[in-house]
Design a protein. Structure first.
Length: 493
């Protein structure tokens, strides 16, 4: 296998003007309004055209992503980015007919209306999944879509732009491949919905920009996702899966574990098992073809800086790599950072508060679960939380007393892959959700329609002298009295 290192020429993204963005938005909006109701067959056709275009070209896409990363095994892109979204999208297509139907309600019904032109701002870490899975949900809901592709992946963006130019008219779907300034302009467009995947810091900026135009926003963000290793955990299983999910994509995943809480009696056993797992994953590191590079110098420097800052403030570290390679790691030339465990991280360290997004894992020791819960309750809500142990009373207490976007027991990330289940964050880790019916609902306006003519008009008795009618006033008093009694029945004795 040829290892592509960051010596490959870095390509600078081109700027797309606000005028060009507005032109595409205007074309899509006029086309949306002219089309009228979007049939089931058209929705299924648009989603399927997009899916087939990705799958038919996945080898070329995987190679381009690898170059844009500096090096990411094309096999990883093909295995994960070509398959993980398939159950969700195929389930959506099979369910669309039912989801599109009006929902009957007493006195009327609820229409499932497409919102119009949806903007998607995709993320760089998994540029296919995190760009096109929400895009296909928006198309399934009957919308037109403008996708702002990550400026980190210039080669991939140009490749995809050419692929989709042969598959879609820009009035249906448009792929925008611009620079950071383009992305900022994109967030300021008067779209009918804006969907963003990225960091909480950038997400807050996107939300402010959208709010200026009263554009509804879905934010899929990240956070410091905790792992709790329970007293009754299978330590070997926990170590195997913790190491795997921390190392996946070199930790550049919004769902990756960011810190581990382990009972004091299991601390040494877990650390030893983690070391063995990382050593098995990477018997060599500098030339290992399965290692993913950190995406760019800025992120490489940030991760190394977080570790250095923690150590300078009193933390200790274990770098897990072959002894003869330790002196050469981390390596800025190839942007490779070996798996690193941190201990005794002080609160003053930046890594105690900042999402790492790299192959570094702080380890915290606890004796009583209440201490872990107290710690997490004072922190921003993460996108995920992980529990290794039994589904017992302690686990249920953890679920009741903490919050996160989702939870997985005895593994990582699995909750985001459950068929039909909503995926999203809360608070600092995002707002709104997608996948399955949740994705359809996110990009759909549910319009309530009252279609029953009542004998009495809604304003009758509320205007002029009619307000003084004794019979009407007696009726109102009775309603208030009866309702008060009903509420009292729910009071805690």
């Amino acid at each position: 296998m040829t290892i592509y290192t960051p010596t490959v020429e870095l390509l600078e993204p081109e700027h797309v003007t606000r005028q060009e963005l507005e032109r595409i938005l205007d074309i899509q909006r006029r086309s949306f309004l002219h089309e009228g109701p979007v049939s089931l067959e058209i929705r299924q056709d648009r989603v399927s055209r997009m899916a087939i275009a990705i799958l038919d070209n996945i080898d070329a896409i995987s190679a381009a992503v690898s170059l844009d990363y500096g090096f990411r095994p094309p096999e990883l892109t093909k295995a994960f980015e070509a398959t993980s979204w398939l159950p969700d999208v195929l389930t959506t297509l099979a369910s669309l007919d039912e989801w599109m139907k009006p929902v009957e309600t007493p006195g009327g019904f609820i229409q499932q209306k497409p919102k119009g032109v949806v903007g998607i701002i995709g993320a760089w870490n998994f540029p296919i999944i995190l760009s096109f899975e929400p895009t296909m949900a928006a198309l399934a809901a009957g919308n037109r879509v403008m996708l702002n592709f990550s400026e980190f992946h210039v080669r991939t963006g140009r490749l995809l732009a050419g692929i989709f130019a042969d598959v879609f008219d820009e009035s249906e779907f448009a792929l925008i491949t611009g620079d950071l300034a383009t992305a900022k302009e994109f967030a300021n467009l008067k779209l009918d919905h804006l969907f963003f995947t990225g960091s909480p810091t950038v997400g807050s900026q996107v939300a402010v920009a959208a709010a200026t135009n009263l554009v509804p926003v879905t934010l899929e963000l990240g956070g410091k996702n905790p792992i709790v290793v329970a007293h009754n955990a299978d330590i070997e299983l926990a170590a195997h899966r913790i190491a795997g999910t921390r190392a996946l994509n070199s930790g550049q995943i919004c769902l990756c574990p960011d810190l581990v809480f382990v009972p004091s009696e299991h601390r040494d056993a877990l650390v030893s098992a983690l070391q063995k797992e990382f050593e098995a994953l990477f018997p060599d590191f500098l030339d290992n073809p399965g290692v993913v590079a950190i995406v760019n110098n800025r992120n490489y420097d940030r991760i190394v800086g977080l570790v250095d800052d923690a150590v300078a403030k009193g933390a200790t570290k274990i770098v897990i790599a072959p002894t003869d390679e330790l002196a050469s790691l981390p390596d800025r030339a190839s942007r490779r950072i070996a798996p690193t465990l941190l201990f005794d991280v002080p609160e003053s360290a930046s890594i105690a508060h900042e999402e790492i997004f790299g192959p570094v894992l702080p380890i915290y020791v606890y004796d009583d679960l209440s201490g872990v819960i107290d710690y997490l309750q004072t922190r921003p809500t993460p996108l995920a939380a992980y529990w290794y142990g039994e589904d017992d009373a302690e686990f249920r207490t953890f679920l009741d007393r903490t919050n996160s976007g989702g939870v997985t027991l005895n593994d990582g990330i699995v909750h985001s892959l459950l068929p039909g289940a909503p995926f999203g964050g809360s608070g600092n880790s995002g707002s709104g959700s997608y996948h399955g019916k949740s994705g359809f609902d996110t990009f759909t306006h549910q319009r309530t329609v009252s279609n029953v003519t009542l004998e009495r008009g809604v304003s009758d008795g509320l205007i002029g002298r009619a307000l003084l009618d004794e019979q009407f006033l007696g009726y109102i008093d009775q309603v208030i009295s009866d309702s008060t009694g009903a509420f009292k029945g729910y009071l805690k004795n």
